[in-house]
Ligand binder design. Structure first.
Ligand code: F6P
Length: 523
């Protein structure tokens, strides 16, 4: 499908709506005028509640955005993804991370011809992986599990292991090594003994330079420390089980080319999480995500939370002209959630060409995502949200129930989350410019009842689908990542030059820096 969103009828209507009314919208007046604004712009979805009412839009804005979604055939695009059509057009692959969390044997109308077979494969692998996770949990000799992987083979499991620490088995330390920077692996290895360590080499392709380098060094360390039985201590999580075998790893859990790296938490890449929270916990994560898939698949567009969020994203990026979104989880366990979302959204939708023919687009796509947990961010960059020269939409995630016993903390935390959203909107008049808060600054508020495997699964699936919605409207392929290739190739060329000192053909800056970086160069 190659509909250009800027060539549909609603696009110029949205542009006109922005010039006439959108840019003058005052949230304080909007609430005063419309007593139902909160009710209208809030939305329940599986395991969470969202308040989108403190955003710079009106009912008319959303109606036009829904027209845009229809004009861009959003529902058909969604159904094509869920049915397993090869919508990752540059790689001619289906995009079926939703299948990884579908209950065994469940049929959806429109399922493609291979779905039943694929779903059976998914459950066969899932059962094997979860049985293995339970075995590892019962092995008292294994005290340290080291996941070696990067990007989607690191961020998802790491974020989720931290988020669900409360549910984790005591006595197993989980480590994540991603960076090729040897300091990272070295720091972890220093605290390990080979006989009590399990290394999970996580790489969809099993070719990623960082992961292969770290895995080789871990193996060399294992041998040097007198480690025995590599088969017991090294496991591969990959869609390239052949390469893992050739590399010398006999135990591997596979997944498929129709699972994108940044969408792979639900596959064998989730093994560290399954070891931490157990088979039952992992199945609950999948069930939470599946519940959100059902909502995305069947809720009418106007009551469909991923759709509403994705449309808001398009409105902010293309009409309001906002270039970033600040992510503030008000829960310390969600500290890697902003980093996880950065890969999810910016690697998926950070593209300047359309799906059809790879031609440059005439409009902006993904915003910059950034953030830190609240309340820490309040004492760092929130100054800029309140009084900076740019409008930076904020997205808060809060959790109603705490699981710690410390009195007073959680109410204070939640009060802060509320207060920031309120202050951003209300502002504060003052004759003293330094103390003047302009207000009318937007925020969204996502609320979980409690942070559990199921609610985390639903939250992540919500974000995946929201990225799909904006990417579909923009007409980009959200499922490839060619932009990461050039740097990888150049690093391959520069690595040997660091050793040889060959500067031939390099630009002046790269040659100058390389000369200085060489161990025998001037400092
Ligand atoms: O270089 C980008 C990327 O391909 C990501 O999309 C992916 O998540 C990451 O590298 C790791 O890839 P792999 O799992 O194949 O090692």
């Amino acid at each position: 499908m190659s509909i250009r969103c800027d060539q549909t009828a609603p696009w110029p209507l949205l542009a006109a709506h922005f010039s006439d009314r959108g840019r003058h919208l005052d949230l304080r007046q909007a609430f005063a005028k419309d007593t139902q604004r909160f009710a209208h712009f809030s939305q329940s979805a599986p395991y969470l509640f969202a308040d989108l009412s403190k955003n710079l839009w009106e009912r008319d804005t959303e109606a036009l955005l829904l027209d845009l979604a229809r004009a861009c055939a959003l529902e058909q695009q969604r159904d094509a993804m869920l049915a397993g059509a090869p919508i990752n057009s540059t790689e001619n692959r289906a995009v079926l991370h939703t299948l990884l969390r579908r209950p065994a044997g469940l049929v959806w109308p429109g399922d493609g011809p291979q779905t039943a077979q694929r779903l059976a494969d998914v459950h066969r692998t899932l059962d094997a992986m979860l049985a293995y996770a339970e075995r590892v949990r019962s092995m008292q000799a294994i005290t340290d599990v080291v996941n070696i992987g990067i990007g989607g083979s690191d961020l998802g499991p790491q974020m989720a292991v931290l988020a669900l620490e409360e549910f984790s088995l005591p006595g197993k330390r989980m480590h994540f090594v991603s960076n090729v920077d040897g300091h990272e692996l070295h720091r972890v290895l220093k605290g390990l003994r080979p006989e009590s360590s399990l290394f999970l080499v996580a790489s969809k392709t099993f070719t990623t330079a960082e992961t292969m380098t770290n895995a080789r060094s871990a193996l060399a360390w294992f041998a040097a420390q007198g480690g025995r039985d590599v088969a017991r201590h090294f496991v591969a999580l990959t869609s390239n089980t052949e390469a893992a075998g050739a590399w010398g790893i006999s135990t591997s859990f596979g997944f498929w080319d129709w699972v994108g790296g940044r969408y792979s938490l639900w596959s064998a890449i989730g093994l560290p999480l399954a070891i931490a929270i157990g088979a039952q916990g992992f199945r609950e994560l999948l069930a939470g995500a599946h519940a959100m898939d059902g909502h995305f698949r069947t809720a009418p567009l106007a009551q469909n939370l991923p759709v509403r969020l994705g449309l808001l994203d398009v409105w902010y990026r293309n009409f309001q002209g906002f270039g970033s979104r600040c992510i503030a989880p008000y829960h310390a366990a969600l500290r890697r959630y902003p980093a996880y979302l950065q890969q999810l959204e910016m690697e998926s939708n950070g593209k300047r060409v359309g799906r059809a023919g790879g031609r440059p687009l005439a409009y902006a796509t993904a915003p910059v995502l950034w953030g830190e947990p609240g309340t820490n961010g309040q004492h760092a960059f929130f100054q800029m949200l309140h009084q900076g020269s740019d409008v930076l939409p904020l997205e808060i995630v809060a959790v109603r129930q705490a699981t710690h016993p410390l009195p007073g903390h959680h109410d204070l935390l939640l009060a802060n989350a509320l207060a920031q959203a309120q202050a951003l909107m209300q502002g504060q008049a003052s004759d003293d410019g330094q103390r003047h808060f302009p207000g009318n600054r937007p925020s969204s508020f996502l609320l979980l009842e409690s942070l559990t495997p199921a609610s985390l699964g639903a939250l992540i699936a919500l974000q995946e689908h929201r990225v799909f919605v904006s990417g579909s409207l923009w007409g980009i392929n959200s499922f490839d990542q060619w932009g990461v290739e050039l740097g990888k190739q150049l690093a391959k060329d520069l690595g040997p030059r660091l050793a040889s000192g060959d500067l031939a053909g390099l630009d002046g800056s790269t040659a100058g820096l390389l000369g200085r970086l060489r161990t025998d160069g001037p400092t």
